[in-house]
Design a protein around this ligand. Structure first.
Ligand SMILES: [Zn+2]
Ligand SMILES: [Zn+2]
Length: 158
């Protein structure tokens, strides 16, 4: 041993800056021609307290923000990668929630608008209730459990 103290996971730096978890829009900084905003959301910071929704990775939100009198309009492009288990064959597969949403807020010039609640809602709406890895997934044999996407078994066609 030569002083190697190993890796302490508690000291590992966060994968991305802690302060940029949420898209907060300062109304006073939105110019007449609009403004592009971008944020990387940490799923842990989204407080998605639901057993049926599992977000594994940070995801990006891209938005175009405009201000019309006292209304702030946010056109958000949400792309949230998912790892799901297929309800038929039980295999893991990659998927995503993709949504283009428009949010409207009544604002005053000094306001800071946090769009996180609306982002959370879009993800809940877009999240697949019954994940299927592909439309023609054959699932598992009810008798022997063979994954029929990979190979047939002797129980088919009986
Ligand atoms: Zn499947
Ligand atoms: Zn079988």
């Amino acid at each position: 041993m030569n002083g190697d103290r190993g890796i302490d996971v508690r000291e590992a730096p966060p994968a991305f800056p802690r302060e940029e978890h949420r898209m907060k829009i300062q109304v006073s900084r939105v110019p007449e021609e609009g403004r592009r905003e971008r944020a990387t959301y940490d799923p842990a910071a989204l407080d998605m307290d639901r057993d049926d929704i599992h977000l594994a990775e940070p995801f990006e939100v891209d938005a175009f923000v405009t201000k019309i009198d006292e209304e702030l309009v946010v056109a958000a492009d949400i792309r949230c990668p998912l790892r799901l288990s297929c309800a038929r064959c039980l295999e893991e597969f990659a998927s995503a929630v993709q949504a283009n949403a428009i949010f409207n807020y009544q604002v005053r010039p000094a306001d800071v608008v946090d769009i996180t609640d609306d982002i959370r809602q879009e993800i809940i709406l877009g999240y697949p209730a019954i994940p299927i890895c592909r439309p023609d997934c054959r699932g598992l044999c009810r008798v022997c459990g063979q994954n029929l996407n990979i190979a047939a078994c002797s129980h088919q066609g009986e």
